[in-house]
Design a binder for this molecule. Structure first.
Ligand SMILES: NC(=O)c1ccc[n+]([C@@H]2O[C@H](COP(=O)([O-])OP(=O)(O)OC[C@H]3O[C@@H](n4cnc5c(N)ncnc54)[C@H](OP(=O)(O)O)[C@@H]3O)[C@@H](O)[C@H]2O)c1
Length: 286
């Protein structure tokens, strides 16, 4: 599998998003483990998760626990796998998502994530979503503390605008390695953040790169150009979407979610899909 740099760590050009295995509509544990194992077998070395990927209030970190178990039970060498988790989002258990970006919460959350992942230092820790009640620099300041203490190896942010990206880079003293924002054929309004990351040499991780759990299957029927080009290459429109995202800038690392082995096995093939300039122009303008 081709690699890209996330900070100073090499990761596969396509990662695995863990959310579909832990929220509404999730599969049973065996299928989730098989999905993560299929990703690892295919050469995926970046797995994205969050403490908030769970359903009920009493199972915070459901997805982190699942990933830790999958890494333990996989037959291969997982020492080069980077698990990227997040803190600052919460699920009270009634289906809603809330935020808490207070330094106290983030300090406690990172320790709990490290325990669930079974690591001394978290590979990549991302501040999940700005909390309007807390100055952004205070939330991101915790990441700086955690880097200094060695509790996390790399620091990233998510759902950030260009001003927040620049502020985070300043607060972290140039150590911001990634920005995770929504980006897909259906949602292109993170283009300014993607372009800024390309300019600054920061990894950009498109979330819901296929349009989200509920609509990923409809990608081809919603976006004709993606289906037409997929047909021409005899691949899925989802692969075309991921290849198109990869073409946007060398810093882009999509993290398609999956709850079935077949989904991630198909998605990783996008790294070898070469799209022509005319095709890319058509997709850009579609
Ligand atoms: N930072 C944030 O605020 C934030 C928000 C949302 C998501 N995320 C992260 O981003 C990741 C990806 O987003 P997402 O899971 O919401 O949406 P997504 O990646 O756009 O779509 C996920 C769905 O796509 C299907 N799929 C995957 N590959 C496919 C393929 N090659 N062909 C057909 N269908 C395919 C999967 O189906 P099956 O389930 O049937 O396998 C899966 O349920 C998440 O898992 C999470 O890690 C972050």
């Amino acid at each position: 599998m081709q690699t890209r740099l996330l900070g100073d760590i090499k990761v596969s050009r396509i990662g695995l998003g863990g959310m579909p295995m832990s929220i509404e509509g999730r599969p049973d544990r065996a299928r989730s483990l098989a999905t993560i194992h299929a990703a690892l077998d295919a050469g995926v070395t970046l797995i994205d998760t969050a403490d908030a990927y769970h359903l009920h209030a009493d199972e915070v970190g459901h997805n982190e626990t699942l990933i830790a178990e999958a890494l333990r039970t996989w037959g291969g060498d997982s020492s080069d796998v980077l698990v990227a988790t997040k803190g600052g989002h919460l699920r009270p258990g009634d289906g809603s998502w809330t935020v808490d970006g207070s330094p106290q919460h983030l300090r406690e959350a990172v320790q709990a994530s490290a325990r669930r992942l079974g690591v001394d230092a978290i590979g990549l820790y991302q501040f999940h979503r700005p909390d309007p009640r807390v100055p952004y620099a205070d939330s991101v300041g915790v990441l700086a503390e955690l880097l200094d203490a060695g509790t996390i190896r790399l620091a990233g942010i998510s759902n950030a605008d260009p001003e927040q990206i620049r502020l985070a880079q300043e607060v972290l003293g140039g150590r911001l390695v990634s920005v995770q924002n929504q980006y897909s054929p259906a949602f292109r309004s993170s283009q300014p953040e993607l372009d800024l990351c390309a300019e600054l040499g920061i990894a950009f991780l498109p979330w819901s790169p296929l349009g989200g759990i509920a609509r990923a299957g409809e990608l081809g029927s919603r976006f004709d150009a993606f289906q037409t080009i997929a047909d021409a290459h005899r691949v899925s429109p989802q692969q075309v979407a991921l290849a198109w995202e990869l073409s946007q800038a060398p810093v882009v690392i999509p993290i398609p979610g999956a709850s079935r082995p077949e989904s991630i096995q198909d998605s990783v093939l996008a790294v070898d899909l070469v799209l022509g300039q005319e095709e890319l122009a058509e997709l850009n303008g579609s």
